[in-house]
Design a protein around this ligand. Structure first.
Ligand SMILES: *[C@@H]1O[C@H](CO)[C@@H](O)[C@H](O)[C@H]1NC(C)=O
Ligand SMILES: *[C@@H]1O[C@H](CO)[C@@H](O)[C@H](O)[C@H]1NC(C)=O
Ligand SMILES: *[C@@H]1O[C@H](CO)[C@@H](O)[C@H](O)[C@H]1NC(C)=O
Ligand SMILES: *[C@@H]1O[C@H](CO)[C@@H](O)[C@H](O)[C@H]1NC(C)=O
Ligand SMILES: *[C@@H]1O[C@H](CO)[C@@H](O)[C@H](O)[C@H]1NC(C)=O
Ligand SMILES: *[C@@H]1O[C@H](CO)[C@@H](O)[C@H](O)[C@H]1NC(C)=O
Length: 550
């Protein structure tokens, strides 16, 4: 056997509570080494590069599986190992690069030379069965990427982070109020030039995943639409569908209403007038792991996919091992290569990570938020409205806007950012140079308003902030542009980042604001790309024109 993965210490926040019962059930997943994951990324670049023969030719599920499937040698080696164990493992992705099997602690300890134990998260009391290290047979090195869940612990600080905060009541707000203190859907339409009116698209829909048993309340959405979008008459344009992943529910008891889930459906249904929205509640996976693997694995298994996904959840990048993050990130890349735009909020703690006021900042390093830090996701930062001396409205980078540089993913993996980010790094010089990885994938890519936003929660108007509002607003604009493309027989935009960095003119450059965190003032917003607001906020007409020309 060969030691495969280990952690030297029990992760912060957890204590060991003794060995796990040897008969305890364990659902384990084996991530097999993929035949050609670099090829998948190259194919994604080709698909998104105008002039390449593959431009706009999204991969079919079978085509992408050629890259992500295990090689025949890997398949054979792992199969023969498992046959000797009498375990029945089944493939859970179309490509067969993930196997899952059910077993017990006793068998898993033998199989992996592990010591599965019970670990308790002291703040929440939640328990998880994990091991501090495990081994695999030496002849499987190079065939098995990792076994999961083993050394990655469930995220402590409520997992995954929700980027929103509640404030006081605002029941008398007029639907067209649009001030630095009050942002409504009409206000978002006005500042970005998003068209009103209800459309009936021929195809395409927005997928809104939800974690953490968040429920999106339909009665709240009805009130929200009646109050803030009185122009929408068509009942189909005022609601959403529900598609459950792993038994996830959408409970409608008002007490069960989720703030995040409400925001996400209200700022997709309320902005992308008429584009169908499907809420995707994700139940607990048998592995009790980070749930983003459940999301992408589910979608890869579906024939009908949303053309746009808006994710308002995330966690600190190093809460999860590099190997798992890379697998999930490449899974999102696979969705992108098959034509899906994956959009995520960049986090709400500025340079300090996903959560407001997060003070972890281990060794003073800035904290990137995943999945925003994945190069194949479009990360959306937040802005706030301000009045100029002449009374006009302007935007600044919001202080909560998550931004910075990944520790896991490099600028080689996000080459389309090259010049824009290099210029920024030159301008900031040695600022914070020991706190972030200069050659990391930079984020956010773009931004949208996320401060002082009106929503309905448990029957009343509330004001919230966070990039979890910015993400659905931006995702809605992309969904509307996809509708325009469909009218001229063009397919959805799919992977967005190459497109966005090729069209900086479609963004209003935001040059004021910083994103403090980790006891620093944070990065400054500057001309062109910056680590607070990315390329800036979208100008709908310009982005539509660019989208139609792409
Ligand atoms: C396995 O973990 C338990 C705690 O869960 C510990 O008491 C025991 O010493 C460990 N065994 C080995 C061989 O390290
Ligand atoms: C990407 O495009 C180049 C140039 O057309 C081509 O040579 C290469 O084979 C393509 N790679 C993939 C993986 O499609
Ligand atoms: C995709 O692969 C599966 C399994 O190999 C096969 O049954 C199916 O016909 C293929 N589909 C297409 C469109 O080639
Ligand atoms: C593995 O990848 C190589 C290079 O892209 C490709 O030629 C080959 O067909 C792939 N093998 C399988 C089994 O998909
Ligand atoms: C493993 O157990 C889960 C939950 O009990 C079940 O849904 C699943 O079908 C089982 N998988 C296998 C491969 O037996
Ligand atoms: C693996 O973990 C056990 C505790 O469960 C520990 O005693 C042992 O030293 C670890 N081995 C390595 C190689 O880290």
């Amino acid at each position: 056997m060969s030691l495969h993965e280990y952690v030297s210490n029990i992760p912060a926040g957890y204590v060991e509570s003794g060995p796990a019962d040897s008969n305890s059930f364990l659902a384990l997943r084996i991530a097999l080494v993929q035949n050609d994951s670099d090829g998948l990324i190259e194919a994604l670049h080709n698909i998104s590069t105008p002039g390449n023969p593959s431009f706009g030719q999204y991969l079919s599920s079978n085509e992408s599986a050629k890259f992500t499937a295990p090689s025949p040698q890997t398949e054979a080696a792992v199969k023969s190992w498992l046959q000797g164990t009498r375990l029945h493992a089944s493939a859970i992705t179309p490509a067969g690069d993930w196997l899952q099997f059910n077993t017990t602690v006793h068998v898993a300890n033998e199989l992996l030379g592990a010591n599965f134990s019970v670990f308790t998260h002291t703040a929440t009391g939640e328990q998880a069965i994990r091991t501090l290290n495990y081994s695999i047979p030496t002849d499987l090195v190079g065939h098995i990427d990792f076994v999961h869940p083993t050394i990655s612990f469930p995220s402590p600080s409520p997992p995954p982070a929700v980027f929103s905060v509640r404030a006081r009541d605002f029941d008398d707000v007029a639907p067209d109020d649009c001030t630095p203190d009050i942002v409504t859907p009409y206000c978002a339409h006005r500042i970005y030039g998003i068209p009103l009116g209800t459309i009936t698209p021929a195809a395409g829909w927005i997928g809104v995943p939800a974690f953490e048993k968040e429920n999106a309340n339909k009665a709240d959405l009805s009130k929200f639409m009646a109050h803030f979008r009185p122009d929408v008459k068509d009942s189909r344009a005022k609601t959403f569908e529900v598609e459950s992943i792993n038994g996830g529910k959408n409970l409608q008891d008002p007490d069960e209403t989720g703030l995040e889930a409400n925001i996400d459906v209200q700022y997709t249904v309320g902005i992308a007038s008429g584009v169908p929205v499907t809420f995707l509640p994700i139940g607990e996976t048998p592995t009790r792991s980070k749930d983003f693997d459940a999301l992408y694995i589910y979608l890869l298994n579906q024939k009908e996919r949303p053309s746009v996904i808006s994710i308002s959840y995330g966690f600190e990048e190093d809460d999860v091992s590099l190997s798992i993050s890379r697998r999930v990130c490449y899974g999102l890349a696979q969705l992108a290569a098959e034509g899906v735009s994956v959009i995520a909020g960049s986090g709400d703690g500025g340079v300090g990570g996903p959560l407001v006021g997060d003070k972890k900042c281990y060794k003073n390093e800035f904290v990137p938020t995943f999945p925003a830090s994945c190069p194949y996701v479009t990360a959306v930062g937040g802005t706030a409205l301000r009045s100029t001396s002449s009374g006009a409205l302007t935007e600044i980078g919001a202080s909560f806007s998550g931004g910075g540089f990944s520790k896991y993913f490099t600028n080689q993996e996000s080459r389309w950012q090259g010049r824009a980010v290099q210029q920024y790094l030159q301008r900031i010089g040695t600022l914070y140079e020991d706190r972030f990885r200069r050659d990391g994938r930079a984020f956010p890519d773009v931004s949208a308003v996320g401060d002082k936003i009106m929503i309905y929660f448990k029957g009343e108007v509330e004001r919230v902030f966070g990039t979890s509002i910015s993400a659905p607003i931006f995702a809605s604009m992309i969904a509307l542009i996809n509708v325009e493309r469909s009218k001229v027989n063009k397919r959805p935009l799919g992977f967005l980042n190459e497109f966005l960095y090729s069209n900086p003119q479609a963004f209003k450059d935001i040059t004021t604001g910083t994103n403090p965190g980790c006891n620093t003032a944070g990065f400054p917003a500057l001309e062109n790309w910056d680590a607070v607001t990315g390329l800036g906020t979208p100008k709908y007409d310009a982005l539509k024109a660019a989208g139609l020309a792409w």
